[in-house]
Design a protein around this ligand. Structure first.
Ligand code: FA5
Length: 337
């Protein structure tokens, strides 16, 4: 056997080993080259038949090749082992552990204004008021005219209005209601006295915002119409409401105010934490012309109405300094309730 043949055998063997992809293939390779009847083993055995001189040189080279191939096999086996281990670790990392407890989902809760609205409804409910709702998109007719606020009346300046860009032959102008008072008229169109309702709902105003003014606010309207209703009933109802909401020690203040749909009119303020008075609501005795326009005899029926902004109640209840916090949807704020 010539040295050149040994070189060829070496190349063949190393190429074969490099393509052995797993432990079984490596073992196949070992048998093919180094096994009892492997190619190199056969060559080593054949050395016997060579003349002494050649036996020595070829024999040394063949033995060196044997050691090289054994070393290469060990290396290859180590590489295959490592690949195998890495694969197993990967599978383990991706495996689903069905015994793990489920990750808890954060539990939602009610918005502070929803909580506030429910408290108001509960208190008036206990006093015998029914809860009704009205449309947020309203005719100018109900929002203003029917409440004795005709087009050029200066009282319109009290309610900066968001108009709806909508015009159709013969139809009246539409707007986003600026207050819940139009429901006084709507309710009296379909119900006869005795009437005792509150109307919670969202109102909109084209208004610059600040710490106590939002362009979107929640009002609760109240309407009572019956025989013998006086301003005393109005005062007693609202004071007992405030005291049930904030406790018996809260200071209230009634002052004269003007709204075209009541006579006389008043505003109710509550003492704010720093001693300031915060206006809470407008109220008054339902104007006799409105009772008459609804088809009831104003000599027999009287009544009172009020309209409160309940964001301001929530500000007092929760100690919130800025009304704008309610509708920013900042979870750091909302999660405190
Ligand atoms: C009215 O809206 C009348 N409809 C109230 C009324 C009803 C009077 C029935 C008589 C009889 P006023 O514009 O003052 O009135 O608003 C009533 C309350 O809503 C205010 O006292 C205040 O608490 C709240 N409010 C008004 N504007 C805002 C605003 N921009 N942001 C937050 N709250 C407001």
């Amino acid at each position: 056997m010539a040295l050149q043949e040994l070189d060829e055998l070496r190349e063949e063997a190393l190429r074969g080993l490099a393509s052995a992809a797993d432990a079984a293939a490596a073992e196949q390779w070992r048998l093919a080259f180094l096994g009892r009847s492997g190619k190199l083993t056969m060559e080593l055995r054949a050395l016997r038949d060579l003349p002494l001189e050649e036996r020595r040189s070829v024999g040394a080279a063949a033995n060196a090749l044997k050691r090289e191939l054994e070393g290469a096999l060990e290396e290859r086996q180590a590489v295959l082992q490592a690949v195998l281990r890495r694969g197993e670790a990967g599978v383990a990392a991706e495996a689903v552990d069905v015994t793990l407890p489920a990750r808890a989902l954060p539990r939602g809760h009610l918005h502070p204004m929803t909580l506030m609205r429910r408290s108001v409804e509960r208190i008036f409910g206990a006093m015998g008021f029914a809860v009704v709702e009205g449309p947020e998109v309203e005719w100018e007719h109900y929002n203003f005219e029917r409440l004795r606020i005709p087009k050029d009346h200066p009282a319109r300046d009290m309610w900066d209005t968001l108009w709806i860009d909508y015009e159709r032959e013969g139809e009246r102008p539409l707007l986003l209601r600026t207050h819940t008072s139009p429901m006084q008229i709507r309710f009296m169109e379909t119900h006869a006295p005795p009437i005792r309702v509150i109307v919670p709902g969202t109102c909109y105003r084209y208004e610059a915002t600040d710490a106590t003014h939002e362009w979107m606010l929640t009002q609760v309207e109240g309407l009572v119409i019956d025989e013998g209703i006086t301003f005393g009933h109005l005062k007693g109802t609202l004071e007992s409401f405030v005291h049930r909401l904030f406790g018996p020690n809260v200071e209230t203040r009634f002052r004269c105010d003007y709204f075209p749909f009541v006579e006389p009119g008043a505003e109710l303020a509550i003492r704010w934490r720093d001693g300031r008075w915060l206006e809470m609501l407008g109220a008054g005795m339902v104007h006799p012309e409105i009772i008459e326009a609804a088809g009831f005899d104003p000599d027999r029926y009287t009544g009172f109405a009020f309209g409160m902004g309940i964001e301001r109640f929530a500000m007092l209840r929760y100690g919130i300094e800025d009304i704008r916090d309610f509708y920013q949807n900042d979870l750091r704020f909302l999660e405190q309730f």
